[in-house]
Design a binder for this molecule. Sequence first.
Ligand code: RM4
Ligand code: MN
Ligand code: MN
Length: 432
Amino acid sequence: MSFADPRDANYIASANKPHAAVLATDYTALGVQLQRRGIAIDDITRAVANFRVAIPSWGVGTGGTRFGRFPGPGEPRNVFEKLEDCAVIHKLTAATPTVSLHLPWDKTDDFTALREHAAALGLGFDAMNSNTFQDQVGQPLSYKYGSLTHTDAAVRAQAVAHNIDCISAGKKLGSKALTVWIGDGANFPGQSHLGRAFERYLESTASIYKALPEDWRMFIEHKMYEPAFYATVIQDWGSSLMAAQALGPKAFCLVDLGHHAPNVNIEMIVARLVHAQRLGGFHFNDSKYGDDDLDAGSIEPFRLFLVFNELVEAELAKAPNFRPAHMLDQSHNVTDPIESLMTSAIELQRAYAQALIVERGRLHEYRIANDVLMAAQTLKRGFTTDVSPILAQARVARGGAIDPVAAYRDSGYRARCAHSRPGKQSLGGSIV
Ligand code: RM4
Ligand code: MN
Ligand code: MN
């Protein structure tokens, strides 16, 4: 096996060479096809090339389930090494220039050095994520019975202080947002007062909100259940929206695709949050049953397309306050995390491109005329068109790889990490 640096521009260029002629042929053919629909392929390619999604730092390690974790070779052992892997993903896909950190998982004594390390790798930082759903070694008070909504004011204060620490770290890193997801809730009816728990949430988050710098946003992430299996305090977009509206203009709702009941119409939620001017962003992933954290687009690509269809509608309508942060939030249990994250970033671009090529003028007319069948067909035509050549061309335009997974595998990066990163063998169950 050869050893090359997959982040090296010359390496990527040489990896692209054998694919260039086929791509040119396919791109031209797709261009002709789209031209018949009145769509200029280069406009779509340009838009796709400008699409960005943040990598979750916790996604580059092998994940796990409650039943176990099967570590892969050469996992990153600290946040500096996580960034190295994120740089591989970005250089090959040209789509992921930022990383979303999770504290205290990514704790370091020197966030300024971390920022420099990231900049040297061509990376910046997206939203900071706080963690009050686990206890840490040496932590004075436990979150076993809740954090921001705990009945004990001292526990709430500790959780608030942690979130403010996340903001301070984020300021040093150049981040502009804080994502708050809490596991608070009840496992049994009677365990908690449903109304008062929400009131405590509003009070605690108001203290965090006060510490937000002027140009920051706060993302409130809802999730239907787990670890609270009976009632979760911020269980749905209704609770999230109420909280965002109560907090103020810098508070927004974050939609994690896996945090809903099966079959819930997520694109409808997106449309409502756009209307309310409170759509803050996404944690993209896919799921079959619950918060499965599978690779984006791997289970329900049509749903992903429909979400992007709403985003394109909002973009075209110049919806006010519409600036959603795109982030992945996945757990990779049986694949190489770098390969999964590259593939997922590309699947988001695919859904975006499919949504962009929908013939919106015709769609509008069919809707007005109540031609249901043709409206449905027109929308679906975007989804059924193979936009792969556009995605590859968009990557090439930005120095990325035509075939990122092949280029990554051929570089021998993982095998090299297996040698240079010995020693991380944490087994057992865990969420990440
Ligand atoms: C949660 C939620 C959060 C993520 C944690 C690890 O289910 O999705 O966004 O930070 O998992
Ligand atoms: Mn999430
Ligand atoms: Mn989740």
